[in-house]
Design a protein around this ligand. Sequence first.
Ligand code: NAD
Length: 426
Amino acid sequence: MRISVIGTGYVGTVSAACFAELGHEVICVDIDNEKIRQINAGVPPIYEDGLEELLKKYAGRRLCATSDYAQAVRGSDVSFICVGTPSDASGNIDLSIVRSASKSLGTALGKKKGYHVVVVKSTVVPETTEKVVLPIIEQHSGKKRGEFGIAMNPEFLREGKAVHDFMHPDKIVVGGMDDRSADTVSKLYNGIDCDIIRTDLRTAEMIKYANNAFLATKISFANEIGNICKALGIDTYTVMDAIGRDSRIGRAFLNCGAGFGGSCFPKDVRALIGKAQEAGYAPLMLRSVMEVNESQPLRIIELLREKLGDIKDKRIAVLGLAFKNDTDDIRESRAIPVIRELLNRKASVAAYDPLANGNMRKIFGSVDYFNSPEDALRGADACLVMTEWDEFRNLGIEFDAMARRLVIDGRHVINAKGIEYTGLCW
Ligand code: NAD
């Protein structure tokens, strides 16, 4: 089939490349001309394992990019909306980009003959597809629902494993306004070995939020137990390994540490809190999930102060800036509040990340960035570990370059001997 993908960020680019791999013809649309140029040249605008190979294979063949909505809609049967859905100033979902993309899609659809399905893949709070996207498409296309289709197809991929997750999903959820819309979208996934869960639009939207909120809850739960374990001298990882063997619980997402970040969990939990409140319900547990997550990284600063006293003018090495390993994405990274607090307290910060130095430099220009852990550690009074990069597991002699070999590990990754080691909650 012919597909257009609106918004070529993490979800859009990966979906476009993977749909091409499944044999579809794909046109990407973005307002960012640099991304369009990169995709047409077969260069991924973001780092994702396996993405470059797919773009190189299909760019200029069955994958291309444009800023022209009319061309993309004319040349496709299905359009996926994959634009960002950030938080607004009060933490609620900001749908302005979805509105703007829907308006452009609607206008383009008005000039097209024949049936077309608009699919929302962006994460949007329940009712958005029905009450926001659908009316905007109707208004700007001059067409009525049924003349075109509407579906909601949430994305569950993990950054860092996005291509793998798209091609090998645990579940595919397709919410349809009607059977014709849902059948069209379901067929696009032929070739992927996974059952499709068919729902209505708002249920599909809610599945994505419930999924992320549950995983975020597991992390905050593990961190809360971890904080209690730390106070009582109990190894929380032994506790988590044991409870994780209970098949009703499972071991995943119970790694205690500095908390969750990224472009999804924090904003999605906040958006669900906002939507629940709008619906007249006070989501007490979800609020606590966020509170634990916000206080968790600052516990590292408390531990640092216990060890060093005043941190003014101390040299602090921060290893790991990305919100998790295998990505250059720093959105809501737990390293951000930690670095901010270090700078507020007038410490000097030396940072290293294998992929994310460039992105963090845009936020903190006064930090010294290095290309190796050893260079960042040289002369430091303490080291804070903020991302679970595999390469940190093998660090050892690199710590010898420090003025004091004090390591506070926020991710349970350091195995070195002969250092002054403190775990965040173990
Ligand atoms: P992103 O910010 O990386 O990418 C969004 C893209 O949309 C950008 O390239 C931007 O230039 C483009 N854009 C903005 N306005 C546009 C417009 N009017 N027309 C066309 N393009 C426009 O976002 P992302 O991380 O890919 O997330 C997209 C959606 O998918 C969000 O709702 C997010 O919550 C959801 N999601 C993200 C992930 C993830 O791991 N990143 C996983 C699952 C779901």
